[in-house]
Design a protein around this ligand. Structure first.
Ligand code: PLP
Length: 406
């Protein structure tokens, strides 16, 4: 039984006021709030269990190492990876995708080779590929979304040519909420012999993920959107791809031996984890994943689908508001603009006065903004603790903004 009021009680920040109003936090797409268990785990790790990992033989170092390393297994379970050795721990999706760009793609792609992207990618899944375009003459090929914001898997598959070396797509648009059938894409793209990277930064938050079922080669996630600390994350790399990848960052921990003339790298996945990692962040991330797995991601998905449907119905009554991305298969993420000249920033300022936190701007999705013909939108993005009452508060605040600017 999914009791949203009990769940809300787990998140202390949800009890506070903002501008004299109860906080209505609808900026989960940017970063989610943290349950008390995660906050407690961070306090415990720093106050009683802190040490560096993988280095010492003393009690605290072993304790911290065990707690840190246990998270690899939790992530493997959360994503249903075949082995925890397919999980590289890192600071989040941005680092994960950069690792693939530098470590896997740069050594094997040449001028004229192609990478296929959808037009609704986040900059984290665009800019690392621009590096290859700028430095190596790699060509970026873009696949459009349709007028509802949906991405047709066949359009991605059809875009593959003899020079295509990688397809990199998001599982869920951080702007439109569109869910992408990454399994259908992977099946079709693999049939043409091309690997697939999935940006799971948003997709992993809203529904259960099974990387073996999807079949993708890389799947990147971010801890802070999954109710864990910022500076934590991971990327799943299929064992074959990991074996092909060069280390991206060099330093301590990722080596077995270093001499003046040579270096012998550690075995994967440690080979890709140089330097002192985000120890406590990762431990907190593990606790957040435990929390999510206890709730059950199917239950989270059901709750958020109810919120989505309720919001669709409420926003459709506002004929002066345009929602971008109307496909039915979407997460509870709503980007919108209002009739008249009001800028998204002005609207979000009015909402903030009512305690409603939304994001306004380009949402790190320049190509999508260009495709939609807008410079900025407001975005309300829902999480596992939001309620239909909060949707009502959002609508009232929007009505006020419309009155003021309309
Ligand atoms: C779809 C998507 N990909 C990637 C990222 C980047 O995540 P991070 O900043 O945690 O690395 C985000 C963050 O908003 C996102 O929404």
């Amino acid at each position: 039984m999914y009791d949203v009021n009990n769940i809300r009680a787990d998140f202390p920040i949800l009890g506070r006021e903002v501008n004299g109003k109860p906080l209505v936090y609808l900026d989960n797409g940017a970063s989610a709030q943290k349950p008390q268990v995660v906050i407690d785990a961070i306090t415990q790790a720093y106050s009683m269990e802190y040490s560096n990992v993988h280095r010492g033989l003393h009690y605290l170092s072993n304790l911290a190492t065990d707690k840190y390393e246990a998270v690899r297994g939790k992530i493997a379970k959360f994503l249903n990876a075949a082995s925890e050795n397919e999980i590289v721990l890192n600071s989040g999706t941005t680092e994960g995708i950069n690792m693939v760009a530098y470590g896997w793609a740069m050594p094997r792609l040449q001028a004229g080779d192609e990478i296929i992207l959808s037009v609704m990618e986040h900059h984290a899944n665009i800019v690392p590929w621009h590096f290859l375009r700028e430095r190596q003459g790699v060509v970026l090929k873009w696949v459009d979304v349709d007028s509802t914001g949906a991405l047709d898997p066949q359009a991605v598959i059809d875009a593959i040519g003899p020079k295509t070396k990688l397809v990199a797509v998001t599982q869920c648009s951080n702007v439109l909420g569109t869910m992408v059938d990454v399994k259908a894409i992977t099946d079709g793209v693999h049939a043409k012999g091309v690997p697939v990277l999935v940006d799971g930064s948003q997709g992993s938050v809203h529904a259960p993920v099974d990387v073996q079922d999807i079949g993708c080669d890389f799947y990147a996630i971010t801890g802070h959107k999954l109710y864990g600390p910022s500076g934590s994350g991971a990327i799943y790399c299929k064992a074959e791809r990991m074996a092909e990848m060069r280390p991206f960052i060099g330093g301590g921990d990722m080596i077995k031996e270093v001499s003046k003339d040579a270096v012998i790298y550690n075995d994967p996945p440690m080979k890709f984890e140089a330097g002192t990692p985000g120890i406590v962040q990762t431990i907190g991330f593990g606790v957040a994943l435990d929390y999510l797995m206890d709730l059950g991601m199917e239950n989270v998905a059901t709750h958020e689908a109810e919120l989505r449907d309720y919001t669709v119905q409420k926003l459709s009554g506002l004929n002066w508001l345009q929602v971008q991305g109307t496909t039915a298969d979407k997460a509870a993420i709503f980007s919108f603009t209002l009739d008249g000249a009001a800028h998204a920033h002005d609207i979000s300022t009015i909402l903030d006065k009512k305690g409603v936190a939304v994001r306004a701007g380009h949402h790190c999705a320049g190509p999508l903004m260009e495709h939609l013909g807008v410079t900025a939108t407001c975005r309300a993005s829902f999480g596992l603790y939001n309620t239909t009452d909060e949707v009502d508060t959002l609508v009232q605040a929007l009505e006020l903004a419309h009155e003021l600017f309309g």
